[in-house]
Design a protein. Structure first.
Length: 188
């Protein structure tokens, strides 16, 4: 490896770790409250991704405008990042997870609202994407990100409402390791 590549790596790795540490420090453990409802809000990783999308789209637009790359491929690249950034912005505006002492609700990006009473809670799991999900025995899954602000408070509420009278062989009883895994993912 050349010295130039090693220098770039030596600068990038600490900068990346510093940004990650900053995001972990800025993530709020408590949920936003409005009346009797508590809300998950986008965390620092989300806002960092949105800012990075805006920055990459702006730089790519300037590069294409300056005719430094092939116009067709440059516009395709710029359009892809602009579309991804717009999707993230729409997600921040439309998606919502809120809960109170009786139930939890999630509004999806399509505007559909999924509601579940706490007494219906039967299953919990972690997806390969890092999202935590809960569901009743027959209902749809309610998914939420471990990187959202207020996630720790929601996990404590879920833990409080999980059933304790399931049969010993039931896979739903493995909730404690799943909650521990979700907490670790949410902080690192």
């Amino acid at each position: 490896m050349s010295v130039d590549v090693l220098t770039k790596i030596a600068l990038f790795v600490p900068a990346f770790m510093a940004v990650t540490a900053l995001c972990v420090c800025l993530q709020r453990r408590r949920a936003r409250r409005h009346g009797e409802w508590k809300y998950l809000t986008p965390g620092p990783y989300f806002w960092l991704g949105l800012f990075a999308g805006l920055l990459i789209t702006a730089v790519a637009t300037l590069v294409v405008w300056g005719e430094r790359v092939d116009r067709t491929s440059g516009l395709l690249f710029t359009g892809a990042f602009a579309g991804l950034t717009l999707f993230l912005a729409a997600q921040a505006l439309v998606e919502q997870v809120r809960w109170n002492s009786q139930r939890i609700e999630r509004r999806t990006i399509t505007g559909r609202t999924i509601t579940m009473s706490w007494h219906e809670l039967a299953r919990i799991g972690v997806e390969w994407t890092g999202y935590l999900w809960i569901s009743s025995f027959e209902g749809p899954r309610l998914r939420f990100s471990t990187y959202d602000n207020g996630f720790d408070e929601l996990v404590l509420t879920i833990q409080h409402h999980l059933p304790t009278d399931l049969p010993p062989a039931s896979p739903e009883l493995s909730a404690e390791p799943l909650l521990a895994e979700a907490r670790v993912r949410g902080r690192g």
